[in-house]
Design a protein around this ligand. Structure first.
Ligand SMILES: *Cc1c(COP(=O)(O)O)cnc(C)c1O
Length: 363
């Protein structure tokens, strides 16, 4: 599906790939009419992502535009249940909303019962799994069923896992949100987002997109689709690298704890096994020696890029606690977005950086 969905019709001498259609207006008489309401290059990307997630995809200008479109469908005063550990932008958007427009109920999504208790009277349960950056794993099917019983709509941010290893709509979610900026486009050169949904959610979200105007450019849509074509091979390689690095880091003397659901003793391992078909390419680890040592490790790599964001073909690493709203993230935690480099090169680089950052304890 990643490779074949969203192709143009097969006609002699027709191109294999969709055209990048730069258009603000279309000849009258059709259903689209204007460039804020539709674009053939979005359609191609949406067909491919929709096929992978099992719903109808809508492309947005960024992941945050996609998050905002979902929130905008909620009434004033709506209560939103969301993970305490999760993408900071989503939490910031709800907290900063003018005049206490929404009520935020932050929960530990690992705790299914506590999360469901918080859903009483709530309009939306927002789930991330694995969470960014602590790699907590939520029981998506149990949470979706319980939230529905309590009358809440369920949205899952599937940026970390991608539809290749986790399909939230099949697990009972109503909407799936993506930062396409990350693994789906995969080359750290596009900012874009998407929501995938079914039924009545689709026209509601389409209306949000048209009226708020958070539409992607045709060039970004093309680059995102081009990236999506190679997601299966990129993810396979990145996941294999991540699993290997996680296993080696777990035995490293300068590492206090590795957070990766593929490790058998990870608290999220059994849940991840039940709802994911892979472990993903994200991991985090806590450095012995605290924040200063961790920061020194992050600054001492030569191959691994010291930068924020994730999901590119290159490995990136950062200490998340350095950001605002990451006060609950352990100060010594380093988040690693594992890429497609040679795993031995990555390991050499990590051990070198740990030696510089942690000194004696690393040997
Ligand atoms: C990056 C990210 C977002 C926001 O997406 P942008 O494309 O940066 O707007 C949302 N959720 C998660 C999990 C992310 O990593």
């Amino acid at each position: 599906m990643a490779i074949t969905a969203g192709r143009p019709d097969v006609v002699p001498d027709g191109p294999l790939n969709p055209a990048v259609v730069f258009a603000s207006t279309y000849h009258a008489g059709g259903p689209v009419a204007y460039g804020r309401d539709g674009n053939p290059t979005w359609d191609a990307f949406e067909a491919a992502l929709g096929a992978l997630e099992g719903g109808e995809a809508l492309a947005f200008a960024s992941g945050m535009a996609a998050v905002a479109a979902v929130l905008e469908t909620l009434p004033v005063g709506a209560a939103i249940v969301l993970p305490r550990d999760g993408y900071t932008g989503t939490r910031a958007l709800i907290e900063e909303a003018v005049d206490g427009r929404w009520e935020m109920r932050a929960v530990d999504v690992v705790d299914t019962q506590a999360t469901l208790d918080a859903c009483d009277g709530a309009s939306l349960l927002w789930i991330e799994s694995p969470t960014n950056p602590k790699m907590d794993v939520a029981d998506i099917a149990a949470l979706a069923a319980g939230a529905h019983d309590r009358g809440a709509v369920v949205a899952v941010d599937n940026t970390y896992a991608t539809p290749l290893v986790q399909r939230p709509l099949r697990l009972g979610a109503d909407m799936v949100v993506h930062s396409v900026t990350k693994l789906l486009s995969g080359h750290s050169d596009v900012v874009m987002g998407a929501v995938v949904a079914r039924g009545a959610f689709v026209p509601a979200l389409r209306l949000q997109r048209s009226l708020h105007g958070a539409v992607p450019g045709p060039m970004e849509s093309y680059l995102a689709l081009r990236g999506l074509r190679t997601l299966p091979v990129r993810l396979e390689r990145a996941q294999a690298n991540a699993a290997e690095l996680a296993a080696r880091l777990a035995k490293h003397p300068a590492v206090e704890r590795v957070r990766y659901p593929g490790l058998v003793d990870d608290p999220g391992h059994e849940r991840a096994r039940a709802q994911m078909t892979g472990w993903g390419s994200m991991l985090a680890f806590d450095v012995r020696g605290g924040a200063d040592a961790a920061e020194a490790v992050a600054r001492s790599t030569r191959l691994i890029v010291h930068a924020t964001s994730l999901g590119g073909i290159e490995t990136t690493m950062e200490r998340r606690h350095r950001w605002a709203r990451e006060d609950l993230t352990p100060p010594q935690l380093l988040r690693v977005s594992v890429g497609c480099e040679d795993v031995e090169d990555l390991w050499d680089d990590l051990t070198h950086a740990l030696r510089i950052g942690c000194g004696d304890i690393s040997t």
